[in-house]
Design a binder for this molecule. Structure first.
Ligand SMILES: [Zn+2]
Length: 262
């Protein structure tokens, strides 16, 4: 009995001491907080901002802006089954495209038909025709990811569209066989198909298009097909250049929808 009373007394004393010290602590902390609340709040905001900027810079340092660009490149219009999935996109008036890491789409170095408006057919030719036999290997022109493998009876026949790290898309038409599947990553030079004579085609060849944001660029402005190389390491896309299909459209008789797929 005496022991337990002693214990209780000790316990009460202990609780009193603890509560006093807590009260003292909390009071001083509260005082400090209230006195410095504004200051601390301001400090925190600045600190947060610094932290965000630091991590952004850190990410840029690690991955570069290219990595951020890459995420954009492979999201916009990715699930579209259109040849031009950018119809509602904002197209920059100018963009420098890196074409330094390339591979010629076929081994032959002969352009059998050029890019541009074809008066005799009354429509645009959105790419070039390259000499190829049925069964020739077709290679990805740049590294990237396959967006579409599709068939169009009255146009491209069997065709592949690859989107590239440089922001472009390339189209390969009249194929006889696919060697890749959608969402497959490819390097410049990866075999993607065998050439053929499918769709609206007057003989075996590869129909090859280079596009940026859906706008067809004359492939011969990028590639020197005769010499099997690119003209330069970079190609500067200009929205209103005569190198691409926009200008040919307006130059060619004002046909209202000449950007239809071909
Ligand atoms: Zn063609």
């Amino acid at each position: 009995m005496k022991l337990s009373f002693h214990t209780l007394r000790l316990g009460l004393l202990g609780m009193a001491i603890i509560s006093i010290s807590f009260a003292g602590n909390s009071q001083s902390v509260n005082d400090y907080r209230s006195r410095h609340r504004n200051l601390l709040a301001r400090q925190n905001r600045v600190k947060d901002k610094i932290r965000v900027e630091e991590s952004q810079n850190y990410a840029r340092g690690l991955y570069g802006d290219k990595e951020a660009d890459r995420a954009d490149i492979y999201s916009e219009g990715w699930n579209s089954d259109r040849v031009n999935p950018y119809q509602n996109s904002n197209i920059p008036s100018s963009k420098v495209l890196d074409v330094s890491d390339y591979h010629m789409p076929v081994k032959h170095k002969v352009v059998t038909s050029h890019f541009g408006y074809r008066r005799q057919f009354g429509r645009m030719h959105y790419g070039v025709d390259l000499k190829a036999s049925v069964g020739d290997t077709v290679y990805a022109a740049f590294s990237g990811k396959v967006r579409l493998t599709k068939f169009e009876r009255n146009g491209y026949g069997f065709y592949v569209i690859v989107r590239h790290d440089n922001g472009m898309e390339t189209v390969y038409g009249h194929l006889s066989k696919f060697l890749v599947k959608p969402n497959q990553n490819v390097k410049a030079g990866t075999p993607i198909a065998l050439s053929g004579n499918t769709g609206r085609s007057t003989g075996p060849h590869l129909h090859f298009e280079t596009r940026y944001m859906g706008i067809a660029i004359n492939p011969e402005k990028i590639f020197d097909f005769t010499n099997g190389k690119t003209h330069h390491d970079h190609y500067t896309f200009n929205k209103n250049s005569s190198d691409n299909a926009n200008n040919h459209q307006s130059a060619s008789s004002g046909r209202s929808n000449s950007r239809r797929r071909r």
